[in-house]
Ligand binder design. Structure first.
Ligand code: AMP
Length: 189
């Protein structure tokens, strides 16, 4: 049973790598961003509540995303593994995740950080904005998202390093090379 946090700034390739692991290993991808976008699409109260925050590129409240993860962990008791994608993004979320897993006799086994420099991120997101038209990929919202990562999410790195679970991969390489490096880290120990 593998509980993997795939970690990195927006545009690092977390979703792409998570989907590979779903295909290759049957792990379940828990992307809070995807869940929130689905809520918006469905027109639910939750979707309405988070729409403005997401479009500005800010983080939604910890309580909302923690509840979404809790729900999905309960809904998939027999999963061979979970990939946490875009969660946790704050220290409070990381602590809540530890508790949620602990109460199920599990823990975060690995955190794999995808390292990509800021210039490459800007390029990738500009391209995705053109291709997919995701509102929060516009340059202004992206700046806010990057700042949220640097200020609120990057502090999780020492948290996980202290637990001995943090590993790093060069996220500048092509998708297959990154996937190979991720696979090796998962199989290694
Ligand atoms: P993502 O697709 O992971 O980049 O998420 C898109 C947006 O959803 C983020 O910019 C936030 O507004 C919101 N979001 C997703 N995951 C989280 C999270 N773990 N904590 C707070 N906000 C989140």
């Amino acid at each position: 049973m593998m509980n993997l946090v795939i970690f990195g700034p927006p545009g690092a390739g977390k979703g792409t790598q998570a989907k590979r692991l779903v295909d290759e290993r049957g792990y379940i991808q828990l992307s809070t961003g995807d869940m929130l976008r689905a809520a918006r699409k469905s027109g639910s109260d939750l979707g309405k509540k988070v729409a403005g925050i997401m479009d500005r590129g800010e983080l939604v409240s910890d309580a909302i995303v923690i509840a979404l993860i809790d729900e999905q962990l309960s809904a998939n008791p027999n999963a061979p593994g979970f990939i946490f994608d875009g969660f946790p993004r704050t220290l409070a979320q990381a602590e809540a995740l530890d508790k949620l897993l602990q109460s199920r006799g599990k823990k975060v086994n690995r955190v794999i950080r995808l390292n990509v420099d800021d210039a490459a991120l800007l390029n990738r997101i500009a391209m995705r904005f053109k291709e997919q038209g995701r509102d929060d990929d516009n340059p202004d919202a992206f700046k806010v998202r990057l700042a949220a990562y640097n200020n609120q999410t990057a502090p999780l790195l020492p948290f996980y390093e202290g637990k001995g679970v943090l590993r790093e991969v060069n996220g500048m390489d092509d998708i297959d090379t990154v996937a190979g490096a991720v696979a090796r880290l998962l199989d290694l120990d």
